[in-house]
Every structure is written in structure tokens, then in C-alpha cells.
Design a protein around this ligand. Sequence first.
Ligand code: AMP
Length: 523
Amino acid sequence: MSHVIGIDLGTTNSCVAVCENGQVSVVPNAGGYKTTPSIFALAENGKRLVGHFAKRQAVTNPKNTVYASKRFIGRNFDCESVQRAAEYTPYELVRGSNNDVRVQIDDKEYTCQEIAAIILHEMKRVAEEYLGEPVTQAVITVPAYFNDTQRTATKDAGQIAGLEVLRILNEPTAAALAYGMGKKTERIAVYDLGGGTFDISVLEMSDGVIEVLSTAGDTFLGGEDFDRTIVGHLVQEFDKEQGIDLGADSMALQRLKDAAEKAKCDLSLRTTAEVNLPFIANGDDGPCHLNIELTREILETLVGDKVRATMVTVEKCVADSKVAVKDIDQVILVGGQTRMPLVQSTVAEFFGRVPHKGVNPDEVVAVGAAIQGQSLVAKDDTPVLLLDVTPLSLGIATFGGNVTHIIERNSTVPIRRKHVFTTTRDDQQSVKIRVLQGESMISRENDLLGEFELMGIRPAPKGEPEIEVTFAIDANGIVSASAQDLATGLEQSITVNASGTLPPDEVERIMEGIDLDEIEFKE
Ligand code: AMP
């Protein structure tokens, strides 16, 4: 039986694991590292690079080095967080034909799906080298709070990478699977703060069943934001000392970003860290050097509001789960940013318990994905029953800019729900169904997943026709919708194709055009 790999496609780093003879191994890359930077670059000599190779040349080639692209996958180019990010992203973001976000490098436009595919392909290759055989199937994880568009885009990336994606699995659910379960029922909270996203889930685990009770999060909050705040502080301090603004120098900013992240990680172990960047700028009297001391206290002042922001989401999620804080038996930390002492103490204080230390926050998600992959193909094992939830409510736009929710957030998936609508004008022959995802009751404040038109409705006075709309969310969290005129039986269905995703023919076109084997990967 061929192996199914579990891939944690992270904002900052990715990790791959595989299940062999009941044991899960996290697979190291050729350089011996168990995580690989989720970075793609086009080097100055025209070579395409991925992983550590790409990271190493980022400082001298910031415009052609794409990092943290997971923040843009499946996003609408016009959305506020993308526009804000475009201001500080050193590589160029451009609008794609379906309003998706693309990256312009030289004269080529890369879709975020292609970039994710390059990273996924690299993880596939790492696993193949380790196993000594081809790998074709994978479980890929996504933040629990990813919407339909982001999930579809990730699945498309898997396909472009030459993988059959057996399941798109939520990261906290994967972490719970890796944590394992005993005979007694346990309620656990998974607090996941990675490079780009924050997620919190409350789960109940009993013998053979993992049930997600609630989930909440922010897909634009993570360690990258911490780094950016530190960079802002360093720029300000340098300006005060030397009267030079480094903010417009993309090479200096890339060096500052690296140094800020390093200092941040050092400050998880120590209380002070030096940021030393010689020859960072040229002043009137020659080269200037940056030498600034950061303390843990300064760092905590700089990013304290971000840590506190996560706790507001935690409170909401725990309230949604209907489990009292005192009844939560275990807290699991996932994501590199949870190594920060302030994060750990804030979480411990809220839950009144020290988080579980037995899992590696960088590897636990890939391990869970590999376990899930194995259980999807091994017919003889009794699979763990995973009852996951949809993070966002699903509804349709109704008259007057309102929304009618058809599936509420935190409903267990897969799920199928029907709702009957009618016309608002006499003899109305068509209705437009606009599928929305989000919590606001005002339609324009939600994500528009797609729209379709049901035509040929039998002429009738307004309010008489009955149009039944069915929404389905599959186990991957991916949405489909259909509408039927109950009088004529006329039906139209769509697999929702929102702006931010790619039409199927575009995915095929990319698959034909991309040569993944030409990418340099050797350490
Ligand atoms: P992940 O997406 O889980 O790979 O998390 C990556 C994020 O964790 C990045 O923003 C890293 O800078 C951050 N990170 C990794 N190690 C540490 C550490 N020791 N202390 C603080 N942050 C860390």
C-alpha cells in the first residue's frame, strides 16, 4: 500500500509526516531540518529556489522572494487586509483575473496556488526521498478559520503539485489527533498561533471520537505581525539616533525583518537580545551601523495588544463551546509563536492551568495529518470519528442587503441544509442567489463565495413561487449550493467559485505550464 503523507502547509514553515507500521515520523529534508521555510524565490541567475535555499538569499533579493504567501491564498484582492499587507510586502502583489491575489516576479505572474503548489511539491519530494517511492496522496492542513475560498485554493494547490488531496483538515483538529486520546472523555482547547494565523478550538475527545465543539480565529494575525511591529520599533529607534529612515530601503527592511524575528525568538529564552546590523545605511559621514538592545519587557510592550487580541477570540470560542473554562481538562499550544513566554503565561492565566508540554508545536499538525491520512486509507483499522465544524456561518443575500443564514457557524460538517425562498416581484422569471460566508447580518460585510441565477421560474404573483436552496459543506469545509423551483423541478447547482479562487480550466492550464522539477531544492 502506498503512503499517504500529512502536510502542514504553514505561513512561515511547512512540515511533512508519514505513518509507517503504526508509527508516525516527521520527515527531515536533505539539510536535516524537520521544517522547511514556506518560501519561493527567483534568484538573480534565473534559478527557481524553494525552502532554506530561498530563505538564504532573501536579504539580497527581497523583491523576488515570496514568503508568507499563505496570507493571500484564496483572498479577494480588494479586501482590506490584502491592501494593507500590499503596502509592506517587498514583493509585488497584483490583481488576478478572478480578483485573486497574484505575485509579479519579473514578467511572470504567479498565482498563490502555484506558489503553494511549489512548496507542497517540495514537501512531497522530501517524503519521496525518505520513503524511496513515489507519493501521490496527501492530507493537507489549513487554519480552522479558513473560509471556503481559502480551502478550495489550498486543494487546487495540492492538485497542481501532483497530489490527490484526500482531505483538507483543520490544523487544531490535526493537533488533537496527534495529542491522542485515552479512554476517558477529555475536553481540550487548542491555541494555535503560527506565523500568519491564529486559531482557537475547543474539542471533546472520547474513545474513538473527536468532536470539535467550537472554533474561532483570525486569519491575519500571527508571528509575522509581531516581527513587523519589532521592525517598526527598530526603524523608529534608528531614525531617532541617526536621522535616517530605513523604511524605504527594501534590502535594509529585509535584514531588519530577519534580525527582528531572530531577536524575538531569542527573547523567548533570554531577557535581552542585541540587534546588530553593520552597514545598514549610508549617512553623510559614511556607513552607519544599527546596534539596538531589545529586552523581553520592550517586546512585550510592543506586541502585548496582539496577544491580548487573541484572548478576546478565545473567550468567544469558549463561550460558543458551552464548556465552562474550569471544565477544560487540557490546553495544547500549537504554532511557533506560542514559544513566547507572554503567550504561554497569558493562556495559562486564562485557563487556570499550565498548557500541555508533551507535543512539539512545530510538528504536531503534520503528525495529526499523517494519522488522518493513514486512517482514510487503512480499511482494517477502526478509524477515529472526526466531527469537525464549519468556522463561519453560510447564508444568502436577501432583499434590502440583508442575510439569511442557512448554516450557522460551529455546525458539525459534513452538513446539508435546505431553505425555501420566494420572489419579490410579480411574474419574476429569475432569481439571483448570492452565497455568503460570515457572521454579519449585512450582506456586503460577508465574503461573497459566488452567485448563480435560477432562470425559467413559472410566471406567478410575487411570493408564490417556492425556490428551495440547498447548501452543503463537505468534510473538507468546502461549500456547494443548488436551487430548485419546486413547481417546475427546475434545478441549478454550482460548486461555488468565488473571487479569489481559480476556475477549473485555469488550474488545468497552470498544471500544464508549471515545471515543478526544475526548482532547486538541494541543501
Ligand atoms: P509556524 O507557522 O507554526 O511555523 O510559526 C512560525 C512563527 O513562530 C514565526 O513567526 C516564528 O518567528 C515564530 N517562532 C518560532 N520560534 C519561536 C520562538 N522560540 N519564540 C517566539 N516565536 C517563535
